[in-house]
Unconditional design. Sequence first.
Length: 116
Amino acid sequence: MMDSDDVAERRRSELERHAAVLFCAAALTMAIICGSVIVSGWFAGVLVDRWERVFWAGSLLGGVMVSVFAAAALPSGSDARRAAVRITSLLRVGLLLFVVAPAVCIVALVGDFYKL
C-alpha cells in the first residue's frame, strides 16, 4: 500500500510531464504561426489601428501562455503537494490562454475584414 507522500510525488511527476508536453506544444504552435506569418510577408500594419492593437494583445497573450507553461514545467521545491497545486493552477491558466490568445487574434482579423 502506498502512503500519501508517494501518491503526491507520483501526481507531481505526472503533472510535470503534462506541463512539459504542453510547453513544447505551445512553443511549437507559436513558432509555426510566427514562421508562417513571416514567410507569407503579411504584417499586422495592414490592419486598422484599433484591430491591430487587439491583434497584438492576442499575440502578447500567446507569449504569456508559453511563459506560463514554461513556469509550470520548471522543477520546484521538495514539497510534492504544494508543487502539484502550483503546477495545476499554472496549467489551468495556460490552457485558458491557449484558447483565448488565438481567439483574440481571430476576432481582430475578422473585425478588420468586415470593417466592424
